[in-house]
Design a binder for this molecule. Structure first.
Ligand code: R5P
Length: 259
């Protein structure tokens, strides 16, 4: 791995703990104005001090994020579909030149293993990895599941491993029972979990605790933070689990005390 690639990765995965808390606010690329993200600046500004990286599209970063912020940007460079249509029909929407102009620390796309457009999305990932390798920019691959797919360890290990084999430097997937098998399938490539649909706060913190104890490097969480009744409390509670090894009860107390 070249110096630039290592340097960018260590801006996201903090060397002190070897872990990371990414805040995902890229939902609009296929969901439109998702609850909590109508005005991204208002949602994100109080959370930035507690996030290690921000996952966002180029349009959103330019519209809602102050360029003076220090947060590393994980740039969502894919899209082309909407919730109204086949989700796996995804293309690359942003070229590497624009990602570099934005000063992206990493770039990201989704891969729909088993989806109608599986090959097209694997091709997207392989092109991003080639471009990323050229400029020392890591690629985060999201194992998207589409509407129908079962999220069990067997499926997620298959999807995650394919992304590793294509060359992704970070894998984002979903938490499931036997999550250790998913982590194991990825070898030395760090794995982070998405939060998925909004859960009661204690359940989301339980999922975070389980994921980390099963070997996840951290989270790339969106709705379970910004749709919480206390987004700042939630991100600090998640952070306490991921970076400080706090227990579920300790983290839940942090959330409650900040609520
Ligand atoms: C999914 O493909 C997008 O990257 C989502 O924005 C991301 O997974 C959302 O995170 P969460 O599921 O925690 O809201």
């Amino acid at each position: 791995m070249n110096w630039g690639m290592k340097n960018r990765l260590s801006r996201i995965i903090k060397p002190r703990s070897g872990r990371c808390v990414m805040l995902a606010v890229d939902h609009g690329y296929f969901q439109g104005p998702t609850t909590g993200l109508s005005n991204i600046s208002e949602t994100v500004e109080p959370l930035l001090p507690y996030a290690d990286a921000l996952m966002i599209t180029r349009g959103a970063v330019r519209n809602w994020i102050d360029p003076a912020v220090e947060i590393p940007i994980i740039l969502r460079v894919s899209g082309g579909q909407s919730i109204l249509k086949e989700l796996s029909n995804e293309i690359i929407t942003t070229n590497i030149d624009d990602a570099i102009r934005i000063n992206a620390t990493a770039i990201t796309c989704s891969v729909y293993i088993g989806g109608e457009y599986e090959k097209q999305t694997i091709d997207n990932l392989s092109k991003l990895v080639d471009e990323g390798e050229k400029y020392g920019i890591p690629v985060l691959a999201v194992t998207a599941v589409g509407k129908e797919m079962v999220r069990d360890a067997r499926y997620l290990a298959l999807a995650s491993r394919i992304c590793v084999e294509i060359g992704a430097q970070i894998i984002k997937t979903y938490y499931t029972e036997d999550f250790g098998k998913v982590v194991e399938a990825c070898g030395n490539v760090p794995v982070v979990i998405a939060g998925g649909k909004k859960l009661p706060e204690k359940e989301a913190l339980q999922m975070t605790t389980n994921a980390v104890s099963d070997g996840a490097t951290g989270v790339d969480m969106g709705r379970n933070i910004f749709q919480s009744d206390s987004p700042v409390g939630m991100i600090q509670a998640v952070r306490a689990i991921v970076h400080e090894g706090k227990s579920l009860d300790e983290a839940y107390e942090i959330y409650k005390s900040l609520k």
